[in-house]
Ligand binder design. Structure first.
Ligand SMILES: Cc1cc2nc3c(=O)[nH]c(=O)nc-3n(C[C@H](O)[C@H](O)[C@H](O)COP(=O)(O)O)c2cc1C
Length: 402
């Protein structure tokens, strides 16, 4: 069954009221998450300004920062350090680390612990981009069982004494013939992870097609630790459907909150049994955009131009579904200052709303991978050779990103 198919089918068949799934708070070590919803890490998106906005709609979920390359952090790269910043209002400081070399990722984790930089560390084993997988990283890594185990175990052994829970974010596998999620889930559990998040696609799928929610249900059945289901939640009804169909402990939201941070309020309401939903007017959205712009300016240490450039993609997402013409959208893409953004917002019809049929529809990237890029001979064995490790660790990039 693919994303939400069951829910839609049952609705179409006119079946009666659906059973409410069991929804309970999730504890990750000492971190209590009252509403089991997670902002899925997104490079270039989930920096603190965006997290603060999301969290203001759902103050009791978990909001994870975008992936930070362990090697860049260890080298104290300023860009990596900027991504480690949190706003004072954030309840839980949640970082995601990426790396291939267990020793380097453990070193980055040591920095996090010693510098009291975060309350929770997530490990990225889901990234499908060629720059990462061709070096054996992200979603390619769990194929190598020894490396996966070593990396998780080393990071847990650094974080655990400090009371910092570690979680792992995985995909189904590399492709349909090379699944990794069951073994990865078990290893993560054995090595002391507090939870796993499964983005139910393979690397080959990239962001195409639908995520396979059956796989989430399978993993829930296999593990004792909480499983967060991820993939294709575009609205609160999808979140409820995933909880119901898979039995997952919580859901992780990626693209569905791009330009719609209020999805966290909708999910919170749905999980609490309420039908209340946020359907902001364009005027309300304009206010959110200006708030976001202000926070981004702070994030970029007062550099308005950088803030507005970063904001542009968010504006495109915020306007999605509204009947705003191409000329107005183009004008936003040419803004360089907060005043210009504010002026363009002033030209919009503040009373406009998104038509019902456009709400909770897919957004963001949706394409398949052209080809999966892996290190030479990667799929031949499930363990790494000495030579393979030497090459991989030498290649571990400073600037991995989505
Ligand atoms: C622009 C973008 C950047 C992403 N960056 C990360 C990342 O840094 N770390 C990570 O684990 N996943 C990353 N992802 C994957 C998402 O966290 C999520 O697993 C994926 O989008 C599927 O969930 P969705 O269907 O709710 O979008 C990214 C996805 C997108 C679209």
């Amino acid at each position: 069954m693919t994303a939400g198919e069951g829910a839609r089918d049952r609705d179409a068949a006119g079946a009666g009221p659906q059973q409410r799934p069991a929804i309970a708070p999730v504890d990750l070590g000492r971190i209590h998450v009252p509403t089991p919803v997670m902002l899925s890490p997104m490079a270039g998106v989930t920096n603190w300004p965006f997290r603060v906005i999301c969290e203001s709609y759902g103050p009791d979920g978990l909001y994870v920062a975008e992936m930070i390359t362990a090697r860049a952090l260890v080298a104290r790269n300023p860009k990596a350090l900027r991504l480690c910043r949190f706003a004072p209002s954030e309840h839980v400081r949640s970082l995601q680390l990426y790396g291939v070399n267990p020793a380097i990722v453990a070193q980055a984790a040591r920095m996090v612990v010693d510098g009291d930089m975060a309350d929770h560390v997530d490990l990225n084993f889901g990234c499908p981009v060629p720059k990462v997988t061709r070096r054996g990283g992200g979603s390619a890594l769990p194929w190598k069982l020894d490396l996966f185990r070593e990396l998780v175990s080393q990071v847990v052994s650094v974080c655990s004494p400090a009371g910092i829970p570690v979680t792992a974010k995985i995909r189904i596998g590399i492709d349909d013939e090379h699944e990794t999620f069951r073994e990865a889930g078990h290893i993560a559990q054995e090595e002391g992870c507090a939870a796993v998040t499964l983005h139910a696609r393979t690397t080959a799928q990239y962001y195409g097609g639908h995520s396979d929610w059956d796989a989430i249900g399978d993993l829930v059945g296999e593990l004792d630790i909480p499983v967060f289901g991820n993939g294709d939640i575009w609205g609160a009804d999808d979140a409820m459907a995933m909880m119901r169909e898979t039995g997952c402990a919580g859901v992780a939201i990626g693209r569905g909150c791009q330009g719609r941070p209020w999805i966290f309020a909708d999910i919170r309401h749905a999980f609490a049994g309420s039908g209340e939903r946020v359907n902001p007017t364009l005027g309300d959205v304009g206010d959110v955009i200006m708030r976001h712009a202000g926070l981004l300016t702070e994030f970029f240490d007062g550099d308005e131009r950088m803030a507005v450039h970063d904001l542009r993609k968010h504006i495109a997402w915020y306007l999605k579904g509204f009947a705003v013409g191409g000329a107005a959208r183009k004008a936003f893409m040419e803004c360089e200052t907060l005043d210009q953004v504010s002026r363009e917002i002033g030209r919009l019809d503040p009373a406009m709303t998104v038509p019902e049929r456009m709400i909770d529809k897919p957004r963001g990237r949706v394409r398949y991978a052209k080809k999966v890029h892996l290190p030479y001979g990667w799929l031949d064995t499930r363990e790494t050779t000495h030579e393979q490790r030497e090459t991989l660790f030498g290649d571990d990039p400073m600037d991995a990103g989505y």
